[in-house]
Design a binder for this molecule. Structure first.
Ligand SMILES: NC(=O)c1ccc[n+]([C@@H]2O[C@H](COP(=O)([O-])OP(=O)(O)OC[C@H]3O[C@@H](n4cnc5c(N)ncnc54)[C@H](O)[C@@H]3O)[C@@H](O)[C@H]2O)c1
Length: 418
């Protein structure tokens, strides 16, 4: 079988995730071009795959200007930079692995979908949660009819307190205008998963949510605007303290990976404290320019009146959890263990889908990262789109659920899914 060739657009965190997967199978796949503005990341890919200079680009436009020179393109640029390259490479006839979300607006999502349909290419959006062993186990149970028809579903996405402080209060995803709404950034996976489990069209959505806690009026009395300047008697009892999150809870225990390496590239106690003194991650969590919500609920009604409810909250730990209520039984999952209760027999069956998340490519997102990359590669090798679990119309529908839920939150109205 001919080896499949890939062009990588955006060699950041996600681009490297998929590239590292492909690296494991040099006889099946290789990278033949890269576009990345940051020297270090661009050069690393160029060296690893021995790319000639004419296949190494500073930006996607330069690669898109050439006739197609790879079977597929991986687009892993920031959210606002998905639409233009996706449309350009679709027009060139590249099969495409596109990071989620499709794009920050519904109109842009529709334009991407149209371009993909016009080009008749293999296309997958990186809804990695669909590809985990855990999700696969639940889908098998639902498809078997074991719990009957789904009547309702409950899902929780616990963002985690420190993660909210890091990414959504102090970090790159804190501000809607600069990135996008919380639901799109953090929960487009969750609404997509709910759509996947429900296996039917969503009719209407309603949502409430707000930024309740990480606001100036909740700053502890006497606190400073930077954790490094805060009086110790206040800083030491603040769960949002940057010194606690990055230094005491992580670097002091030898942890130098995410999120510590986001604060400073080569973390040492000195470089970290300097970054907290000077940079965005040392700001008091009640004194940032954040506006994304810290909790949100979404109610959904589907075509046969089945309902679902999702809660996203900063104030919860642990994995995503889902309960699915059927006419013959009930299913409960915590991202690893699935429990199925049968109403007739009263018995509960337990399935353990444990995948150790050791930071390895095949285990990231509960194994979803590697299994998604594998599914896309298989689809290319066999020219069979059925390996791709996130079909394009369903992807558009689950994005529409996100945009309409956010519209509902902002307008205080129930919104329909077209
Ligand atoms: N599927 C998932 O679970 C998941 C998880 C995290 C992030 N994401 C999504 O993946 C995408 C990338 O996120 P990330 O965390 O890898 O970010 P990142 O910042 O690490 O990587 C993005 C890369 O794109 C590069 N880039 C910027 N402009 C470019 C241009 N003109 N041409 C080529 N490259 C350009 C940046 O330099 C950067 O290296 C985002 O859309 C994000 O929402 C998906």
């Amino acid at each position: 079988m001919a080896k499949k060739t890939f062009l990588l657009i955006g060699a950041g965190s996600r681009g490297n995730t998929y590239t590292n997967y492909l690296k494991q199978f040099p006889e099946r796949a290789t990278i033949v071009g890269v576009a990345e503005p940051r020297d270090y990341y661009r050069n690393a890919i160029a060296e690893a795959f021995h790319l000639p200079p004419e296949r190494v680009f500073h930006t996607w436009e330069d690669a898109a200007a050439l006739p197609r020179f790879a079977d597929a393109v991986i687009i892993a640029t920031p959210d606002a930079l998905h639409e233009a390259p996706a449309i350009a490479f679709a027009k060139r006839g590249y099969h495409m692995l596109l990071e989620k979300p499709l794009a920050p607006t519904m109109e842009a999502c529709r334009r991407i979908v149209q371009a993909v349909k016009d080009a008749n290419i293999l296309f997958a959006v990186c809804h990695v949660l669909r590809y985990t062993l855990y999700t696969e186990a639940i889908k098998k149970i639902l498809n078997s009819g074991e719990i009957g028809d789904i009547v309702s579903l409950q899902h929780i996405e616990p963002v985690k307190f420190f993660h909210q402080c890091h990414s959504f209060v102090r970090g790159n995803w804190r501000n809607t205008a600069e990135s996008s709404c919380m639901l799109l950034q953090k929960c487009c996976h969750d609404l997509d998963l709910i759509r996947y489990f429900m296996q039917k069209h969503c009719r209407s959505v309603q949502s409430f949510g707000s930024l309740t806690y990480f606001r100036p009026e909740n700053q502890p009395k006497g606190a400073a605007d930077r954790c490094t300047d805060c009086p110790p008697e206040i800083e030491s009892i603040c769960p949002a303290s940057a010194l606690k999150i990055y230094l005491r809870d992580r670097l002091a225990h030898g942890q130098t990976g995410w999120p510590v390496n986001v604060v400073t590239a080569n973390p040492t106690p000195e470089s970290l404290v300097k970054a907290l003194r000077e940079g965005p991650y040392g700001r008091c969590a009640f004194r940032c320019d954040n506006d994304v919500v810290d909790h949100q609920v979404v109610n959904l009604v589907f075509e046969d009146n089945a309902t679902a409810q999702m809660t996203m909250t900063a104030f919860a730990e642990g994995p995503r959890r889902t309960r699915i209520f059927g006419t013959k039984g009930e299913l409960e999952g915590d991202s690893t263990i699935v429990r199925v209760k049968n109403f007739l027999t009263g018995e509960t069956r337990v399935i353990d889908t444990n995948v150790v998340d050791d930071g390895n490519i095949t285990s990231g997102h509960g194994g979803g990262d590697g299994r998604l990359a594998e599914a896309f590669l298989r689809a290319l090798e066999t020219n069979d789109p059925s390996y791709i679990l996130s079909g394009i119309d369903e992807t558009l529908e689950s994005h529409c659920m996100v945009f309409q839920a956010e519209a509902s939150r902002l307008t205080n109205q129930v919104c329909n899914i077209e």
